[in-house]
Design a binder for this molecule. Structure first.
Ligand SMILES: NC(=O)c1ccc[n+]([C@@H]2O[C@H](COP(=O)([O-])OP(=O)(O)OC[C@H]3O[C@@H](n4cnc5c(N)ncnc54)[C@H](OP(=O)(O)O)[C@@H]3O)[C@@H](O)[C@H]2O)c1
Length: 252
């Protein structure tokens, strides 16, 4: 169970899922450390309510301060599946922040930097990692994003860390990139679909970033999610109150 003495590091805290994870942790009065490459962006977003540490998962030396005394890590880092500005091209042939570099090597750097005493390492992966030869995932994987995610998943599974791997479908809702904390806390999936969890990478569909963020936080309260990988999508009718205990019991 999460408690007040815990300190949760959110990597990718300024991203679409990451910022919602931070908001949900703060809503529960938990202590949060945000790992970001962009201090001013994080300061503006989180109103000084979190400990902001500047770091880049490509460079292990920048992670030392970030992982000090943390009890949990929620890793929501990522880049685009297809070439974009966010790949940070050095030249036409060389991207400095491609999926291979961020989603595989970067996440492995964070795993390696993490103390074995940590209570949980949550990793946001993706649906399709075990179906890379099937549509639409073969297209999504054109530039290797699913290869990179799977490689990081394997590193986590083979590590000594207690982990939970969350595999969302195509993300919807947000990113609320120009919003402040109060807006994030009010973000709702009103009128949207229910939450379906599965195992074995079998689900297809869209997934609300809000629900992924909740799953990242809520799984920390349930031992049944330790050392598990689960898929999450939205489908069917949404119940007014989400029963995470029941949802997680279905993946055990
Ligand atoms: N988009 C989809 O449909 C989809 C589907 C399945 C799974 N996912 C996964 O879901 C997660 C969240 O997605 P999202 O769209 O909400 O995220 P996002 O908005 O793209 O945010 C990604 C975060 O990663 C950080 N980041 C990128 N490179 C980094 C580096 N080298 N070092 C440290 N931080 C770095 C970014 O920080 P900066 O602000 O510094 O750039 C940003 O905070 C990602 O892991 C993504 O791969 C996405």
């Amino acid at each position: 169970m999460l408690n007040n003495s815990d300190l949760i590091l959110v990597a990718g805290a300024t991203g679409g899922v990451g910022q919602l994870v931070v908001a949900k942790l703060l809503e529960k009065n938990l202590s949060v450390r945000a790992l970001t490459r962009n201090k001013s962006k994080a300061e503006k977003m989180f109103n000084d309510q979190v400990d902001i540490v500047v770091g880049d998962i490509r460079y292990p030396d920048t992670l030392k301060r970030a992982i000090e005394n943390v009890t949990h890590i929620i890793c929501c880092t990522g880049t685009t599946a297809f070439p974009s500005q966010r790949w940070d091209f050095a030249n036409f042939f060389e991207a400095k922040n491609s999926p291979q570099i961020v989603d595989s090597e970067g996440v492995k750097n964070l795993i390696l930097a993490t103390s074995k005493n940590i209570k949980r390492f949550v990793f946001v992966s993706s649906c399709g990692v075990l179906r890379k030869d099937k549509l639409p995932f073969n297209i999504l994987n054109t530039f290797g994003v699913l290869d990179a995610k799977l490689s990081a998943e394997k590193a986590l599974e083979q590590s000594v860390l207690s982990y939970t791997i969350i595999r969302p479908g195509r993300l919807i809702d947000g990113p609320y990139t120009s919003y402040d904390l109060n807006t994030l806390l009010r973000a709702k999936t009103d009128g949207k679909k229910g939450i379906i969890l599965g195992t074995g990478d079998t689900l297809n569909g869209d997934t609300s970033r809000i629900d992924v963020a909740s799953a990242c936080v809520e799984c920390l309260n349930y031992e049944v999610t330790i050392n598990k990988a689960f898929d999450i999508i939205n489908s069917g009718e949404r119940s007014p109150v989400i029963n995470w205990e029941k949802l997680f019991s279905e993946i055990s």
